[in-house]
Design a protein around this ligand. Structure first.
Ligand code: NAP
Length: 266
C-alpha cells in the first residue's frame, strides 16, 4: 500500500478492542504505516470486520479475532489465534480494550466494580502475559491509560481511575521486566476523546455534569473544578478526536520512543 509513512512495514500488531473508537483508529493507522494488524472485540463482530475491510480496501492487511478481555481463557486463546494469523510473532501490542462506569463509592454495584477490574486491569495483564513470549526483541507494548491516573477531577470515577492507575503500575513494572529484550513499554494517557463510549454530548460531558440530571454534589464539584483547577472558568471540557490519539500510540511504536516516551525503562 502507498502511504506517506511506511515505517512499520513488515511489523505485526495486535490491538485489543479494535472494533471502534480509539482502538479502531490505532489499527487503521498502524496498518496505514505498513503493519499487519489483528483487532480483537468481545461483542461487535460486524464492527470489527468492518474495520478489517476498511484496512483491506486501502491495501493493508488485517484480521478480526474474538477475545473477551474479561475472560482470561478467552484472552489466551485470542492471543494465540492472533499470533497464528500474524505468522507466528508480534512486534506491537496495543492494550486498548477498556470500559468506564460512573458511580461514587458506596453507590457502585459490586458487579460493575468487578467488571471494570476484569476488563481494564485483568484483561491488560492477561493479554500482555500471553503476548510477551511472542513479542520479538525490540517490540513495543502500548497501553491506553487515561488522564485519570494523573488527576481525578470530579466525583464518580474512582473505580475507573483506580484501574488506570493499575495500568501505570503494570507499565512501569513491565518496562523493567522486558528492558533486557529491548521491548519498550509505555502508556498513552488521553484526555476526553470523542468516541461512542464518550460522546461529546454524553454522560461525561460538561453539559451533562452541569445539567439537571446530574446529582447536585457532582454538579457542584465539576463546576468548582473548572473554576479552580485551571484558575479560570471554562465553558466545556474539550474533546479531541481519535486521530491524534491513534497517532500518539503509533508514535510510541516508533523506535525513538525508547528514549523519548513518557514512561520507559530504557
Ligand atoms: N474516549 C475517551 O475519552 C477515553 C479517554 C481516556 C482513555 N480512554 C481509554 O481508551 C480505550 C478505548 O476507549 P474508547 O473510548 O475508544 O471506547 P469504545 O468506543 O467503547 O470502544 C471500546 C472498544 O473496546 C472493545 N471492548 C470493550 N469491552 C471489551 C472486552 N471485554 N473485551 C474485548 N474488547 C472489548 C469494544 O468492542 P466490543 O463492542 O466488541 O466490546 C470496542 O472495540 C479504553 O481503554 C478507555 O478507557 C478513552
Amino acid at each position: 500500500m502507498t502511504t506517506e509513512n511506511s515505517s512499520l512495514t513488515g511489523k505485526t500488531a495486535l490491538v485489543t478492542g479494535g472494533s471502534r473508537g480509539i482502538g479502531a483508529a490505532c489499527a487503521k493507522l498502524l496498518a496505514a504505516r505498513g503493519a499487519t494488524v489483528v483487532v480483537t472485540y468481545s461483542k461487535s463482530a460486524d464492527r470489527a470486520e468492518a474495520v478489517v475491510a476498511e484496512i483491506a480496501a486501502t491495501g493493508g492487511r488485517a484480521f478480526a479475532v474474538k477475545a473477551d478481555a474479561a475472560d482470561a481463557d478467552a484472552v489466551k486463546a485470542g492471543v494465540a489465534e492472533a499470533v497464528d494469523r500474524l505468522g507466528g510473532w508480534l512486534d506491537i501490542l496495543v492494550n486498548n480494550a477498556g470500559i468506564a462506569e460512573h458511580g461514587p463509592v458506596g453507590m457502585m454495584a459490586d458487579a460493575v466494580f468487578e467488571r471494570q477490574l476484569d476488563v481494564n486491569v485483568r484483561g491488560v495483564w492477561h493479554t500482555t502475559s500471553a503476548a510477551v513470549p511472542h513479542v520479538r526483541d525490540g517490540g513495543r507494548i502500548i497501553s491506553i491509560g487515561s488522564f485519570f491516573s494523573e488527576r481525578v477531577p470530579y466525583p464518580g470515577v474512582s473505580a475507573y481511575a483506580m484501574t488506570k492507575h493499575a495500568v501505570v503500575g503494570m507499565t512501569k513494572g513491565w518496562a523493567r521486566d522486558l528492558a533486557a529484550r529491548q521491548i519498550t513499554v509505555n502508556t498513552v494517557e488521553p484526555g476526553p476523546i470523542e468516541t461512542e463510549a464518550n460522546p461529546d454530548e454524553g454522560r461525561w460531558c460538561t453539559r451533562w455534569m452541569e445539567g439537571e440530571m446530574t446529582p447536585a454534589p457532582i454538579r457542584y464539584a465539576t463546576t468548582r473544578w473548572q473554576r479552580t483547577e485551571f484558575g479560570r472558568p471554562v465553558s466545556s471540557i474539550r474533546f479531541r478526536t481519535v486521530t491524534p490519539m491513534a497517532a500518539s500510540a503509533c508514535w510510541e511504536a516508533k523506535p525513538r520512543a525508547r528514549s523519548r516516551g513518557p514512561i520507559s525503562a530504557l
